[in-house]
Design a protein around this ligand. Sequence first.
Ligand SMILES: [Zn+2]
Length: 181
Amino acid sequence: MNSSAEKSTNAVPPDPADDAAFAGRVESAIAVLSPDALGAVCRHAEAEYPEECCGTISGSGVRPSVNVCREGGGAIDARRTFELDAASAVAVAQSAEDSNGVRIVYHSHPDGPAVFSETDRRAAAPAGRPVYPHLCHLVIACTGGRVSQVSLYAWRRDEYVRVASWARAALQRVVAESDAD
Ligand SMILES: [Zn+2]
C-alpha cells in the first residue's frame, strides 16, 4: 500500500508516518482529558478501591464502566484485573471510526504503580500489535484508597510508552477543584 516495499526484517528504519500517528493519538487523548475528566477518573478509582475501576473517556466525557471481573463470582479477582462492561466494549470497538469516540481507556492499580503492566500490554496488544492503536491508556495508582499517581500511555511504533504523568499533589488539586457531578 505504501512505497516502503523493501522492508528488512531487522532494523526497520523509523517510518515518519508512525511518529505522526503517535503524535496524533497523544493529541487526541490529551484533548479529551480535561481537568474534570481527570478528577472524575480519580474519584472513580478511590470509590472502587480496593478493586480496580475501569472506564472510557471520549469527547463527551468520562463513562465509568462496571469492572466485569467483579461479577464473575470471584473466579477472577477484581482487585488485580479488569474487564470493561459490554456497553463500554462496544463503544471502544466503534471508536476507530468515530472522531468523537473513545480515545482513552482507564483503569486503576489498587496499591500498585501507575505503570502499564505486562498484563495490560498483553491485553491491549495480544499479538504484539494493539487491537486499537488509536486508544491511549490511563493507569491510576490508588494507594491506601487515595490516588497517588496517574500515567498516560500511547502506542509508539512497536510498544506502549508513557507520554504524561501526574503526581499526587497535582491530582489532589484537580480532584478538589473539578466538578463532582
Ligand atoms: Zn493494569
